[in-house]
Design a protein around this ligand. Structure first.
Ligand SMILES: Cc1cc2nc3c(=O)[nH]c(=O)nc-3n(C[C@H](O)[C@H](O)[C@H](O)COP(=O)(O)OP(=O)(O)OC[C@H]3O[C@@H](n4cnc5c(N)ncnc54)[C@H](O)[C@@H]3O)c2cc1C
Length: 433
């Protein structure tokens, strides 16, 4: 007897949960992903700032599926689907047949058409992004060591665009990296290294309570992060950024942490799309009018009961994955649930640096400082996949904390040719919608 085949595009937070949720259902699950590893994006910034190694935050998909006996993996980039024939097509030229399709391909950086951003700013979405950023930052220090005149040209300055959790966490971590680099480069005026955080809103960390936002601002300032609040980037140039008030920040590194859009696949599949290019879904997370095609996580324009778009965060993707698994299992069993997806917000956290974080939990509980930071550490450890990764992250954090060191200060992409991606598009941002 052939069992229904569930094809899941993307082995991220959402996709893996679909496989887990279907592990006892009489179906065969096939995960397709362009990468052979699951990436823990929330800690990417720590790879970029040399605090963690890539293997700490990435985990082979085949390993993650080993105990799920009805799930398999295939490496491939999906480029389209033929819904009548019920197949997806891949860039490698193969077709994969499905009975049920779950689209969980995530998001990518969005630069909203800001001139120069696609060419000169760097994203922080992939492991490649993080490793290239790390190399780029360290190379600028090496170059300045050889030619101190480059300091005046912004070699040691990073502009972080976007004051959400990613921008705040990166800015704080960069300042901690500067402390380490001051020891590495005794001949360089590392005290002139700058991190400038630009945020359109008058505050950072929009999803957080005002008091926590203020705490984050104080912590950032105490670490020497220069804040440009209520300002937007009008233009990115090879030598820095121009803000909307005409002022300029000379910087050789610009990181774009100001927005995401749906993965390219959203447009390729031809479904109706909503804000940020996200695929429109019904309240069950199915493509409207279909019982066999489901969309979860960052690539879905799912809404709550009030009609508000759900945030593009890991818990939404994970809960969506389990929900869709239950829907598919109920259909296969001949008793369709057709239940609406209800997202349970269990809280939000962001860290600014050592012993500084903000956390808020739904009943209105708020934490900050050392307690918030310990909660943040604990949650991230629990969420990582694999004992080895957890142990390694814990060891690295303890080492970094006690020694003020960053063991991963390695330049693995050197010279402009390799510093930039091979297609010559610039540092690696996709074109904006
Ligand atoms: C720097 C950063 C920090 C973040 N911090 C937090 C945080 O602190 N807390 C939080 O909750 N969330 C955070 N997020 C958001 C969180 O990572 C996402 O919401 C979550 O990863 C979404 O899960 P997903 O399953 O939808 O997509 P993803 O986890 O992104 O997985 C998508 C997968 O699809 C694959 N894929 C894409 N296109 C194709 C294709 N065409 N064919 C095959 N495979 C494809 C990708 O390779 C990827 O493996 C952060 C994100 C970033 C970038």
């Amino acid at each position: 007897v052939t069992r229904p085949r569930v094809v899941v595009i993307g082995a991220g937070f959402g996709g893996l949960r679909v496989a887990r949720g279907l592990r006892r259902a009489p179906v065969d699950v096939l995960l397709l992903d362009a990468a052979n590893y699951h990436l823990f994006q929330p800690l990417l910034y720590q790879v970029a700032t040399a605090g963690l190694a890539p293997t700490d935050i990435a985990y082979p998909v085949r390993g993650a599926l080993r105990r799920i006996t009805n799930a398999g993996f295939r490496l491939g980039t999906v480029t389209g689907a033929d819904l009548d024939r019920k197949v997806v097509t891949t860039a490698e030229g193969t077709e994969v047949a499905f009975d049920f399709l779950v689209v969980a391909a995530g998001a990518r950086t969005a630069t909203f058409g800001v001139p120069g951003a696609d060419e000169h700013a760097r994203g922080l979405k992939t492991l490649e992004d993080a490793l290239r950023l790390r190399s780029h930052l360290l190379l600028r220090f090496e170059e300045a060591a050889a030619d101190p005149g480059l300091v005046g040209e912004g070699a040691l300055t990073t502009v972080v665009v976007g004051g959400g959790p990613t921008g705040v966490e990166l800015a704080g971590a960069l300042r901690e990296l500067h402390r380490v680099l001051a020891k590495d480069f005794p001949g360089l005026p590392v005290d002139q290294a700058r991190v400038v955080l630009v945020e359109l809103a008058p505050h950072v960390l929009a999803p957080f309570h005002e008091r926590l936002r203020r705490h984050a601002v104080r912590q950032l300032e105490a670490r020497g992060v220069e804040l440009r609040l209520g300002r937007s980037v009008a233009k990115v140039t090879p030598g820095g950024v121009v803000l909307d008030d005409g002022s300029e920040v000379v910087a050789q590194t610009v990181v774009w942490a100001a927005g995401v859009q749906a993965a390219e696949l959203a447009a390729q599949l031809g479904f109706e799309r909503g804000p940020g290019g996200r695929i429109v879904v019904d309240e069950r997370l199915a493509v409207p009018g279909r019982d066999d095609v489901w969309v979860i996580g960052d690539i879905a324009a799912a809404r709550d009961e009030q009609g508000q778009l759900l945030p593009q965060v890991a818990p939404v993707a994970m809960q969506g994955g389990l929900h869709v698994a239950a829907e598919i299992a109920s259909q296969v069993a001949g008793t369709p649930r057709n239940a609406p997806f209800r997202y349970r917000d269990k809280g939000t956290m962001a860290t600014i640096g050592r012993r500084a974080a903000v956390a808020q939990l739904p009943p209105g509980l708020r934490f900050r400082g050392t307690l918030g930071w310990l909660m943040w550490l604990g949650l991230h450890l629990v969420m990582l996949i694999g004992y080895r990764n957890r142990a390694s992250v814990l060891l690295n954090w303890a080492y970094n904390y006690l020694t003020w060191e960053r063991g991963g200060r390695l330049i693995t992409y050197q010279g402009e040719a390799q510093d930039e991606p091979p297609d010559g598009r610039g540092p690696g941002l996709p074109p904006s919608p």
